[in-house]
Design a protein around this ligand. Structure first.
Ligand SMILES: Nc1ncnc2c1ncn2[C@@H]1O[C@H](COP(=O)(O)OP(=O)(O)OP(=O)(O)O)[C@@H](O)[C@H]1O
Length: 336
């Protein structure tokens, strides 16, 4: 594993095995997250983004199972662990002290019956041997770190007394309580309005440089990607179809699906190209079910660039420009 990486997911396969069918939700995904960098994973609903992040955290619900690949994680001491094979005890330690996760809806992770102060304090005392008074002092500090207004008063609030943006700040404070080296953020701003979304993104960027964290940021919003990410991974039907530096992909897409996603996101597309005439286009059709048999390229049925060969040959992920694409016609696209 390259010394500059915090996480290297290699050929990950996570399937849901039912009696009569198998959902190949994640089907050979490779993602590298460098130290102190943000990698965004985008794709339509059902493309396998959440199953990928839950696989890394080993929080999959049955019948979901990692059936292949490696999830290599380098801890602060430099030791590499394959999370795909780690024991439950090892994973509990990892989740506490190395890797943290925040979700779209903080309400589903917070307990409505306890104050936010108590919940953050519990997180701290799980990992540090300190008494309650010291823990509460740290809670206020953490809430100040996440720029919670009137932090010392807010520790006594119950989750329902807070706005969505404040609750997300509480979740980030809980994540920071264990000083993670890797933060997995699964659509953390999707439920928030645009102004609050921008504040949370800014906060995450400041925290990243202060705490030297790597961030794996799951989103379907390319505007957010433009704001926060260094590298982009585009997923489609359980596979990576394109990946590379954000600026390169925004300037030149090398997979028709990425082209369609950018065309459907006017702000990101405009920011990238400066072309104000770019029209809002939606990609016709929908992601095929992950239980469907696969021959050829999974995007072929929706692709404007399709050739007969695309329907019979499963394309490999190949180097193109300074990134990677899973399209046999990538050279045609890169000259457009
Ligand atoms: N518990 C489960 N049982 C069966 N199939 C599942 C389960 N969880 C996810 N899947 C399937 O795995 C595929 C990938 O789902 P996933 O939630 O990772 O997509 P996603 O890209 O995160 O979508 P969204 O943006 O809607 O969260 C979907 O087709 C979904 O139906």
């Amino acid at each position: 594993m390259d010394q500059s990486l915090a996480l290297s997911v290699r050929d990950l396969k996570t399937h849901f095995v039912f009696r009569n069918s198998t959902a190949r939700s994640v089907d050979g995904v490779s993602i590298d997250v460098p130290d102190n960098r943000t990698v965004a994973v985008v794709g339509e609903s059902g493309s396998g983004k959440s199953v990928t992040s839950l696989s890394i955290m080993r929080l999959l619900a049955a019948p979901g199972r990692i059936v292949g690949g490696e999830i290599l994680y380098r801890d602060r001491a430099g030791t590499v662990t394959d999370l795909a094979k780690a024991s439950d005890a090892q994973m509990r330690r990892m989740r506490g002290s190395e890797i943290a996760m925040i979700f779209q809806e903080p309400m589903s992770s917070l307990n409505p019956l306890f104050t936010v102060g108590d919940q953050i304090a519990e997180m701290i005392t799980l990992h540090e041997r300190i008494d309650r008074a010291a823990a509460m002092h740290r809670v206020v500090e953490l809430l100040e770190t996440v720029e919670m207004p009137a932090a010392a008063k807010r520790v006594h609030d119950y989750p329902h007394q807070m706005s969505g943006g404040m609750r997300q700040r509480v979740m980030i404070a809980m994540a920071l309580a264990c000083r993670p080296r890797l933060l997995i953020a699964d659509e953390p701003t999707t439920a928030l309005d645009v102004t609050i979304q921008a504040q949370i993104i800014d906060l995450l960027k400041r925290l990243q440089s202060r705490y030297q964290m790597s961030i794996l940021f799951i989103t379907h919003n390319l505007g957010v990607v433009a704001e926060i990410a260094d590298e982009l991974v585009v997923m489609y039907a359980g596979q990576v179809v394109e990946k590379g530096p954000v600026a390169s992909i925004f300037a030149q897409q090398r997979h028709p699906y990425t082209k369609g996603l950018l065309a459907a996101t006017p702000n990101a597309a405009l920011a990238a190209t400066g072309d104000e005439r770019r029209r809002l286009l939606a990609i016709p059709g929908s992601v095929p079910p992950v239980t469907a048999p696969r021959t050829g390229c999974v995007f072929a049925p929706r692709c404007g660039y399709v050739t007969p060969a695309c329907r019979t040959t499963h394309p490999a992920l190949v180097a193109s420009g300074d990134g990677w694409t899973r399209c046999i016609r990538h050279e045609v696209l890169s000259h457009e």
